[in-house]
Design a protein around this ligand. Structure first.
Ligand SMILES: C=C1C[C@]23C[C@@]1(O)CC[C@H]2[C@@]12CC[C@H](O)[C@@](C)(C(=O)O1)[C@H]2[C@@H]3C(=O)O
Ligand SMILES: O=C(O)CCC(=O)C(=O)O
Ligand SMILES: [Fe+2]
Length: 345
């Protein structure tokens, strides 16, 4: 493996060029406003575990507002940002991902979203509480204006993305022809559901210019949750792994969302859907800013194939576990580990 020798970079590995060069034309596109969206979602989740969502109903303006607030935070002096860190796992993180030695060319904010209707009485849209690891400092856009821990761009964005993800999961249930239609969405939208939001910034790296290589921004992994909803600016870098193990680049689209199937959804469908392996290559030239909402179930939720998807006499491919148990195991693992393998029968 080629790594940059600069110790300041913690030996962040370089990434090879993906198949099809910079742009892979085969990313499935699902139009959420069309009848038949459910079938298209199911096909994409079976084939790649990944799709692009258009006509999702969220104004690009709202995405841009949150992006601008994130950029403002990441432009603060390092000493200011570090008052919210180190991420352990929540808070501001710089190059270190998780607590088990993974590194990448990025900085980020990672925090828990809890549904907490009591936290704010002044804004109808604001029913979330954001938890950073330390209370003594909050990035400016998280500083409350109404007595709770909210910013309007962030809370409006979270409310809108939750509604959209719920529509996607209902549509998915429709495509899978399972009843009740909220069989999947209720796992992700319960008041005890384990939601996480991550704002990632992959800064430029001028030394890479002319080398025709990229630096690992976020190493390869699968997301442990049910689904993840990703939006980025128009800078490329996201790559997904196809079934044959080759990597392809996802052309960025700042007006759309990208949906990842996570490990839990793979189990809930008894392996019919594929939790997608993905990574980010930092091109070093244009900064990439992404915001990802990870939809996890409540900690006590048992994760097992939905009975509605099990034909008669069919056996689960997985041992039983709760999301709390899976998450604990995930947080003990390295980023690139196959976390599901220890739960396979
Ligand atoms: C190395 C790690 C970072 C991670 C926790 C873990 O131990 C293994 C899973 C990683 C991951 C990947 C998807 C999400 O970005 C994330 C927040 C998650 O839930 O699982 C990260 C974790 C993290 O950054 O803390
Ligand atoms: O930043 C991105 O585009 C993707 C990051 C990612 O996969 C993650 O945070 O889990
Ligand atoms: Fe991810």
């Amino acid at each position: 493996m080629v790594v940059l020798a600069n110790p300041a970079l913690h030996s962040i590995p370089l990434v090879g060029s993906p198949k099809h060069g910079a742009r892979f034309p085969g990313i499935p596109v699902v139009d959420l406003s069309r009848p038949g969206a459910g079938e298209a979602i199911v096909r994409a989740c079976e084939d790649l575990g990944f799709f692009k969502l258009v006509n999702h109903g969220i104004p690009v303006e709202l995405m841009r507002r949150l992006e601008a607030e994130a950029v403002k935070f990441f432009s603060l002096p390092q000493v200011e940002k570090e008052k919210s860190g180190p991420a352990n796992p929540f808070g501001y993180g710089d190059k270190r991902i998780g607590v088990n030695g993974d590194v990448g060319w990025l900085e980020y904010l990672l925090f828990v979203v809890t549904s907490d209707p009591l936290s704010c009485t002044s804004m109808t849209a604001c029913s979330f509480r954001y938890e950073l690891r330390r209370d003594r400092f909050r990035p400016s856009f998280l500083v409350p204006t109404c007595g709770c821990h909210c910013s309007s761009a962030l809370s409006e964005y979270l409310v809108a993305v939750r509604k959209m993800a719920s529509d996607v999961l209902r549509s998915m249930a429709e495509g899978l022809k399972i009843e009740p239609r909220d069989a999947l969405s209720k796992l992700a939208m319960d008041e005890h559901s384990d939601g996480i939001i991550r704002l990632n910034h992959y800064p430029p790296y001028p030394q890479l210019r002319g080398l025709n290589r990229s630096l690992t921004g976020f190493g390869e992994h699968t997301d442990p949750q049910i689904i993840s909803v990703l939006r980025s600016n128009d800078s490329s870098g996201l790559q997904i792994s196809l079934e044959d193990g080759s990597w392809v680049s996802v052309p960025p689209d700042q007006a759309s969302f990208f949906i990842n199937v996570g490990d839990c959804l793979q189990v809930l469908t008894n392996g019919r859907f594929r939790s997608v392996r993905h990574r980010v290559a930092a091109n070093g030239v244009k900064p990439r800013v992404s915001m990802i909402y990870f939809f996890g179930p409540p900690p006590a939720q048992r994760i097992a194939p939905l009975p509605q998807l099990m034909g008669e006499g069919k056996q689960s491919k997985y041992k039983e576990f709760t999301w709390g148990e899976y998450k604990k195991a995930a947080y003990r693992s390295r980023l690139g580990d196959n976390r599901l393998v220890q739960f396979e029968k």
